[in-house]
Design a protein around this ligand. Structure first.
Ligand code: SAH
Ligand code: SF4
Length: 396
């Protein structure tokens, strides 16, 4: 646009159609330098930041205290909001809402808001579940996002703006975002630099200002990514999607297991716990007759005993392209009993809000349209064969 220094573009950006970086990924110092380069006093940057991070502005036009000339310059250089359009749909008696966001290159990602009303001795919470990628390359066969395949990495601003979207909506009803979980579409640790940049923006008191303990990053087990987190020793919660402790079965349920074997993932997560003093969560989706046997529970005990962990057992949310069903409640109880008997803290997630991982990924898949019936049939047959081979201890 003008003769002034442009805002920096980071190499982690994907080539979205609009080349302007999102304002949410501009650091405070960079914004100040930009305002000064436009001949404005530095407090103008603070004003813009106030609109962006406290009032969750969706456009420069909303920033009424900022001079029109500077607003125009801002529009020329950055995208105040990287989400072009959002469609919200309610779920679960209005306590849960899902959003489908359209990005600058027409791709779709989703996020979910779950409200937990407060009670006696219990504060109200509002948890936002966000996406880190368009689709996902890992391809877990029980996951609707995995079915979509991989689209592209999200930019830091595209990740942060999902949270700002809900924050803006909550302000209108006098609430605020209390927790953020990276459990939407995508594998956060396969887009680790953007996720770290987003988490930094979300936890910076001068930007979104969320406490580090209120952020959870969920991974299907990218060992180098876990090590990258450990080096920073953050206060975030790490969640590992386990789903099977026996290697042959985990190869099928979490195909990344072939690249990053589960023992190495658990060791890396143990190092994370040691460096941060934070207990690691293990997520285990319960699939009827597949990963819910006593032998599976015993394998989980062997793998995790002695580690400071918390295991969450989640009944599988049925997904159309799989032949699988959720485990029966009695089976889940029995599985939990084996883990608890070995001293492993275990919870069973029954209710809607806690099934957030399951909720994420479904909406965009619906929009993408179901695959043709014969494709679904072939996938189901293959999964049945692979599942049977894995249960017999053979690696596919
Ligand atoms: N890719 C990351 C984070 C996103 S998936 C990961 O896998 O950890 C978030 C959670 O949703 C994961 O624990 C995943 O296993 C769970 N999930 C996916 N599909 C599900 C389904 N059909 N039913 C229940 N949980 C599911
Ligand atoms: Fe990707 Fe997580 Fe879904 Fe597996 S469960 S396909 S890692 S989003």
């Amino acid at each position: 646009m003008s003769d002034v220094r442009p805002l920096p573009r980071r190499s982690i950006e994907s080539p979205a159609r609009d080349p302007r970086p999102g304002l949410s990924q501009i650091l405070p110092d960079e914004l100040t330098a930009w305002a000064v380069a436009h001949g404005e006093p530095s407090y103008r940057a603070r004003q813009i930041a106030e609109w962006h991070w406290r009032r969750y502005a969706a456009s420069a036009a909303e920033m009424r205290t900022v001079p029109a000339r500077l607003r125009a310059a801002l529009d020329a250089d950055v995208r105040v909001d990287t989400l072009l359009e959002t469609v919200v749909s309610p779920a679960d008696r209005g306590l849960t809402e899902k959003a489908l966001h359209r990005l600058g290159d027409e791709r779709l990602v989703e996020s979910v808001l779950m409200r937990y009303p407060g009670g006696v001795g219990c504060r109200a919470r509002a948890t936002v579940c966000i996406s880190s990628q368009v689709g996902c390359a890992v391809g877990c066969p029980f996951c609707a996002t995995g079915e979509l395949g991989f689209g592209r990495d999200l930019q830091p601003a595209e990740i942060v703006d999902q949270v700002r979207f809900w924050a803006r909506r909550l302000v209108a009803e006098g609430g605020h975002v209390t927790n953020v979980v990276f459990m939407g579409m995508g594998e956060p640790l396969l887009n680790v630099e953007a996720v770290l940049a987003a988490a930094a923006a979300l936890t910076d008191p001068a930007r979104f200002g969320l406490g580090g303990r209120h952020i959870t990053i969920s991974t299907s087990g990218v060992t180098p990514g876990i090590e990258r987190l450990t080096a920073l020793a953050p206060s975030w919660t790490l969640a590992v999607s386990l789903h099977a402790a026996r290697p042959a079965l985990r190869d099928v349920l979490v195909p990344l297991n072939r690249r990053y074997p589960v023992e190495d993932v658990v060791a890396a997560a143990g190092a994370y716990a040691a460096a941060t003093g934070r207990r690691v969560s293990y997520e285990y989706v319960m699939i009827d007759g597949i990963n819910d046997t006593t032998a599976d529970a015993t394998a989980v005990v062997r793998l995790l005993q002695g580690h400071p962990v918390h295991v969450n057992l989640i009944p599988m949310n049925p997904v159309a392209h799989t032949p699988w069903r959720p485990s029966a409640p009695g089976r889940i109880e029995a599985f939990a009993a084996v883990l608890r008997g070995a001293g492993i803290a275990t919870t069973i997630r029954h209710n809607r809000g806690e099934e957030i991982g399951a909720a994420c990924g479904q909406l965009a898949a619906e929009r993408a349209g179901m695959p043709a019936p014969d494709v679904v049939r072939r996938r189901r047959e293959r999964l049945e064969q692979e599942g049977a081979a894995a249960l017999a201890g053979r690696r596919p």
